[in-house]
Every structure is written in C-alpha cells, then in structure tokens.
Design a protein around this ligand. Sequence first.
Ligand code: ACM
Length: 627
Amino acid sequence: MKNLLFPFLLFTTTVLNAQNPSLPLIPQPVSVQRGSGTYTLPKAAIIAYDGAEAGRVAEILTQKMSLPTGYAIKAQSGKTGAIQLKLNAAPNAQLGKEGYTLNVSPKGVVIAANDPAGLFYGAQTLLQLLPKEIEGKAVTQTAWIIPTVSITDYPRFGWRGVMLDVSRNFFPKEDVKRYIDQLARLKYNTFHWHLTDDNGWRIEIKALPKLTSVGAWRVPRSGHFGDRADPKPGEAATDGGFYTQDDIREIVRYAQERHVTIVPEIDVPGHSMAALAAYPELSCTKQAVTVNPGTPFSEWYGNGTFKMKVENTLNPSDENVYTFLDQVFTEVAALFPSPYIHVGGDECYKGYWAQDPGCQELMKKLNIRHVEDLQGYFMNRVEKILTAKGKKFLGWDEILEGGISPTATVMSWRGVKGGIEAAHLGHDVVMTPTTFAYLDYNQGEPTIDPPIYAGLRVSKSYSFEPVPEGVEAKYILGGQGNLWTEQIPNLRYAEYMSYPRVWALSEVYWSPKEAKNWEAFVPRLEAHFDRADVAGINYSKAVYDAIVKTTAKDGKLTLALESEVPGLDLFYTTDDTMPDDHSLKYAQPVVLPDGPITLRVVSYRSGKPIGHLITLKRAELERRAGQ
Ligand code: ACM
C-alpha cells in the first residue's frame, strides 16, 4: 500500500508545490519539493566552486548578491561554502547539458550540474528564491532568507531565444548587454541579433567601410514609422550608430559568460536598403537610395503581398553581390562563435528583379519560370558561402519558397504553417509565430497601449504550444520571441514591450508542457512585477486592464468584459462620470444604452483600483462590434 501511494504523493506534492505562489520561480522548474525550514545567508558567505568555468558562474552570482546584501560574499575554489557549485563527477543523464539540481537545507545551498550551463541556471533559480530586494542596486536591510527546497530542473527545448532588432532603432552596447542579462536570468540561451535592415546597418565590416560610414546613419525623424517625411536634399544623416568589431567581441563574451549564444542576422536579399545606400551598384536599378528613416516606402495589400516603392533588394543575377556577401559573412563568421548565421530571406519584393535584363537572363539559364524562384537560387548561393565558413544556414520561413537544401533551418514566423511544412520536409525549425511570439504587438487595450497594427496578450503568449499536432517533436528546436523596433526608440520602451511576454515565453520554452497553467502562473508573474520594480526593469501592467468586447444586434450594442488576471472586479459607467467601486459592476453581457455614449471601465482588486482607465466612445464600440 505504502509503495503504491508513494508515487501518487510525490506527484501531488510536486503539482501542489508547483502552484504554490510563495516560490516565485519563472520559468517553472520540472520538480520542486518544498521543505518546512529556511536557510539564512551568513554575512560572510563563500560560494565554493570547482573548475574555471564553474568559477565564472560563482563570480556572476557573487556580483549579483554582494551589492544588495552588502555582505562579504566571496567566490572561492573548493568544496565547502554556504553555497556550493558542483559539477557532477558522473553525469546525471536526466539533467542533460543545461539541467541542474538545487538543494537548500538549513545548512546551506548546493547546486549540482553536468555542465557549467546547468550551474548558471541553478544560480538563476537561487536568485529567484532570495527576497525580491536581491534585484536591487543598493544595499538593502532585509532578512536574506531562502526557503528549504529540493529542485530538479532541465529545459524542454534547446533553443530558447529572443530577437532584438537594432536596425530600425540603434541600441547602444550597454543596452544590449542589459537586455541579454535579463534574458539569461529567464534561462534563455539564444539572443538573435537583427543587425541589418532598411533603416540601418549596425555591424562594422572592415572590408566594406561604407556599410557603417553611410549605412548606419539616417536623417532624424520621429512619429509613426511608415508615415515619416523623406530626407530633404542635402539633409545630414545624424541618427544611428553601429557596433565596432571590438564592441561585438565584448558583447559576445558578455553573452558567453551568461551561457547565451548570439545568432547574428544579416537580412538579405530584401530589407537591404541600408546596404544599398552604401553600395547602390548591388541593386538592379543601381539608383542611389538613402538609409530609410521610416517613410511610406512600401504598400501592403492585406494578404501578405506588398510592393516596394523604393528598391531594397540585392540583385541575384550579379556576381558582385556574392563577392559582397562573401566579404560580409567572412567577417561575421569570424566574430560570432554561433554555429548558425541567420540570413533573413523575409519579405523580399521581386518587382525590380522581374524588370531586370540580368535576372531575366539568369532565369532562362536556370530554366526558372517564376521570378519568385530566383530567391531559391539566391538562398542556395548564400548557404554555400556559409557552409564554406563552417556555419549553418538559418532563415525566415520564406526561404522555403523556391527550394532550399535539407540542411537549412527554418524560423517559422508567419504563423506555424511554415514550420509545419519545413518539419514535414525534414528541416529543423525554430517556432516564432506572429500569433504568439511577436513582441512588437501591443499587449493590452489598443486605445491606450502603444499604437501598432496588432495585439498579443501575455496570456495568449503563455498558451503557445511550439510542437504542432502531427509534427515530430525532434524537428522543433524550440522557439523565440521577436522584438521589432520600428516604433521602439530606446531600451525602456523595449523592456515595456518585452515584459511580461518574455517571462511567459520563457516558461513555454523551458518548462514541461504539463506544468503550464495560467492561473498558477499569475501569482508568479505578479511576484516578478515586484522584482522588476526593484530592478528598475520596465514592463506592461496591461494584464490588470479590462478586455472590452462588443457585439451588435438589431441596432443595439452588447458589452462583454473580461480580464486576464482572475478575480478582478470590473466597474463601468456610460454617464460621463469616472468609474469607481460604486459604479456598475460587470457580471454578464449587458446591452448598452443608445445614443452618443462614452463607456468608461476600470478594474479593482480587493477594493483597490488596479487597472488603467479605458475610455471608449460609441464609434469605437461600434467598430469593435464589426459595424
Ligand atoms: C519578419 O517579421 N519580417 C520576419
């Protein structure tokens, strides 16, 4: 009987503990066994480690803990200390390369792993077990107490990434490091660095100096991206910046110390206007262009098709283009230890290729009927260049169009469709669909959130399942969130768009599928709000706002309110007064009064206002109902 019950008890305690809000761990570990005691950090704590690589983890932990505690914490080679980092003499197969065990007893803390990456992730979990004040940058008087616990943890996926676009807006070196550090704290292991696009070339290429002397700079403009004014004749291009090769090496080292691989992206053959501003001879028209400051240079037709009013593509029929790419990728390959280089391949407009005599001749020679298929030719040439430099070819899902080699890895962004198709063809896939993982989309009520054409709430990101039905899991390397920065001019804004969705996605990519539970995630999410407040990290609180929906029938509008966080009270008015907790309390769908009303909604929890005020006039309520 005892033997029969034991696994059941183990299971229930794990599940209950996993949902215990007092352990604010994100991503949720595989197994958490709570003890009843605590461990108090001593004022002079030694972090003991064995081996140089474990020593680097001990150093980072020492830095993070010394400042807020004000304690004399010291990393020291050896086997005894308040906190021990141990590399397993005999590998624990369950843990793999990135897993760890973490034991906190009243006597101290032991983190064990097969590999330094696992020690690093165990250290991140330990930091999350400490009081939130550990996130601070000044000495704080608090009880530095850790609950006793036994954790076994390892990731579900090997590719856990976030992409940052530094072309649309330039982010200085220190900002990039801060962002990478934040990702590493969430156990992300991949930073996809979108280094080139129409709006700025950000990486120094010594053989091609104009890429940065010209391509990194554009005329200063503000306002909505896509509606900005063209450069005036003779106007100075003063907005931008780039990373020198020394900067890149420094950032790569910084990321390596945090067990983050940087995957650089050079986006070709489309999205290349910054490169063409420097070297216009590489396009079909060879016309001079400027680095684009966000003008209406493209027209979109709603079904994914579009037209570029200004040429931004490399000419696939020009051998000089491949010489150029060889020069670029020689230097990129030498700078980044990543096995992968991302070559873009997305949103390549073929209109200028179709008009070009060189492209037409090449199509004849290759026996290609559709100009679209020239992209396949181009991409195959690029893959050969990468292979010669010992790098793996990775691109957005458009690389499937026109045929690619079986060794290509596909990043599925236009939904999961491209990823499913690629996996069925035997390609490795990284899932990063707009529908769950696009961090440039707003995350709350669109009338008060940053203006952008689409929305994605954190609960939707959290619900993402990266392995679609009918796809062999072995082809799905993992997933990413993507932060495009057309509308994002600085790091604080980038953080606001990233969080909390990046926290939610960390759990999607790290934690067991079975451990995912939105209601159990919410208290941990809120604990991380508190921790981000201490750390000075910006994030969106849209999760507390009402979700306002309307439907229309027989000339009447019906209002439906929801919230992502359970248990909020939603109060509203239609009489032009500000709502409070004496206003109408939403319980079920209600028919709204006729006439030119204004709806105002606010959320409360336990008698206190918690969400933003949402104010919607009748025209917007009708638009929302599809009127
Ligand atoms: C993309 O969002 N253009 C990959």
